[in-house]
Design a protein around this ligand. Structure first.
Ligand code: HEM
Length: 179
């Protein structure tokens, strides 16, 4: 009997530790990066508001307003979706909202040409997001969950990376953070 118990435990323990609902290592890395960038974006946005230039900039430029109103909630919402239980109704609802926010972020970026006066290399990321989000949705609908997880984690990394780049000195949020 004890032998049977030992055999059962050694067989089931590894499977328990790698639950399909648990965030994978790549997703956990995305979440840590997302928390750091989210904190920096919030700090920069608060400083820019306090300095009195963020709200006037957003009211002058509707694309900037739409862009910021999509990317800022997408950071914590994406983290909740990546961290939470996968596949249930809550995941599907929050995932859809996040996917729409990412599409709005990418589409609105085509109205922003501040860095070069024309399209910049960051617009390539916008195209990638416009392709990847529908691809990730199709993968989920077809039941290819491993590919769906990879694609959506990649898009979240894109969001975090683009957010980190906005902290560069000379960019709107970078100016607020470093001056
Ligand atoms: C937390 C995430 C993000 C934040 C806080 C953010 C913020 C901003 C801000 C403030 C600008 C105005 C230009 C400037 O910085 O001076 C901007 C421009 C832009 N953003 Fe984002 N963004 C984020 C995510 C994204 C994502 C996910 C994409 C692509 C899908 C994207 C694509 C762009 C592009 C292409 C521009 C125009 C660059 C240029 O000036 O030529 N951003 N973003």
């Amino acid at each position: 009997m004890p032998d049977t118990l030992t055999a059962t435990l050694t067989q089931t323990r590894p499977a328990d530790r790698t639950s399909p609902f648990a965030p994978a290592r790549r997703e956990r890395a995305a979440l840590v990066a997302g928390a750091a960038v989210g904190a920096a974006v919030l700090l920069a946005a608060a400083r820019a508001t306090q300095a009195g230039f963020l709200l006037p900039a957003m009211s002058r430029d509707a694309w900037l307003a739409v862009h910021l109103c999509s990317v800022i909630p997408a950071l914590p919402l994406g983290a909740v979706v990546l961290l939470g239980r996968k596949g249930d109704a809550r995941h599907r609802l929050l995932g859809r909202i996040w996917a729409v926010l990412m599409l709005v972020a990418a589409l609105s970026s085509f109205g922003l040409k501040g860095l070069t006066g024309s399209f910049s290399p960051i617009h390539l990321l916008s195209i990638l997001v416009l392709v990847s989000v529908p691809r990730g949705v199709v993968q989920a609908v077809r039941g290819n969950i491993a590919a769906h997880r990879r694609t959506m984690t990649f898009v979240y990394f894109g969001l975090v990376g683009a957010g980190a780049f906005t902290m560069l000195p000379g960019r709107l949020l970078g100016l607020a953070l470093f001056h």
